[in-house]
Ligand binder design. Structure first.
Ligand SMILES: O=C[C@H](O)COP(=O)(O)O
Length: 276
């Protein structure tokens, strides 16, 4: 589905279908502010002008510096948080149990801690994802990256996918939620549905990958996701971004946030040799 006219038609048709799926649900919900007294500016969602990136270091404000390895120790998280402060990354992205450690190091800095939820499979209960998100926010997370219910998306159980995302969005409000699609497991049609459902459910961003799946971010997927969500929702490219060249390609394709564990190499103009 590379032709953008075909895609626009596809999006139009399926947007209607998605709206029908979700209208009964949204009718019963209120977009009330959440219980967390967080003073947050809404994150930028529109695409980045690649001409504004004049050096590798200019990429830093668009990068979520990420450490999600199961073997990461508190001292590893603290190190990543110190690196993020030093380089001026947008955020530090860690597992929910490690947010407090990151938050401590980041106190008083512009870089904020963020947490993944339902990670990496997306297959846990919506209530568990919502609880995890709420607790992560209590521990200091200022954005939440959730994995959607991939199996339900592939089974075209769109109401279920919507409700799963909405449960987390409601639990987090006003903290922004990014929805990880795990694009390497999806057809183009499923990617478009994932984006439309995320947007309808109030997600601030759609995000390509966990970094733990069978593939990471691709230029084609990022372009498809940006075309689908428009400018009012952000697009985060993540998984396998290892150099400033990779990063720039993603921004050119329409990403406005990048998730990477190789962030320091990226902003230093080096290429990380870490395998995907
Ligand atoms: O959410 C972000 C990804 O986990 C980062 O993946 P990466 O280690 O391939 O950069």
């Amino acid at each position: 589905m590379s032709d953008s006219k075909d895609l626009s038609k596809f999006v139009e048709e399926f947007a209607d279908q998605v709206r029908r799926h979700v209208s009964s649900w949204t009718a019963t919900r209120e977009d009330s502010p959440g219980e967390f007294p967080v003073d947050l500016a809404p994150p930028a969602t529109a695409r980045v002008d690649p001409a504004s990136i004049r050096s590798a270091a200019d990429l830093a404000p668009y990068i979520d510096h990420t450490l999600l390895k199961p073997e990461a120790r508190a001292e590893d998280v603290a190190k990543v948080a110190r690196e993020a402060r030093e380089h001026g990354f947008a955020t530090v992205c860690v597992n929910s149990a490690q947010v407090a450690t990151a938050a401590k190091v980041l106190a008083g800095s512009k870089t904020v801690p963020i947490a993944v939820v339902g990670f990496p499979l997306g297959a846990s209960l919506s209530s568990a994802k919502a609880f995890e998100a709420r607790e992560a926010i209590r521990a200091g997370a200022r954005e939440i990256d959730m994995v959607l219910n991939v199996g339900a998306l592939k089974a075209r159980e769109h109401a279920l996918v919507f409700q799963d995302i909405r449960a987390v969005v409601d639990a987090c409000r006003p903290v922004p939620v990014k929805v990880i699609l795990e694009t390497s497991l999806l057809t183009d049609e499923e990617k478009v549905f994932g984006c439309l459902l995320s947007k309808s459910a109030g997600a601030a961003f759609v995000k390509t990958s966990t970094g733990f799946g069978s593939g990471g971010a691709t230029v084609e997927d990022v372009a498809l996701m940006r075309l689908t969500v428009g400018e009012g929702v952000g697009v985060k490219a993540s998984g396998g971004i290892r150099s400033s060249e990779d990063a720039l390609k993603m921004l050119r394709a329409g990403a406005n946030r990048l998730g990477a564990s190789a962030s320091v190499a990226i902003v230093n103009g080096q290429v990380s040799t870490a395998k995907y």
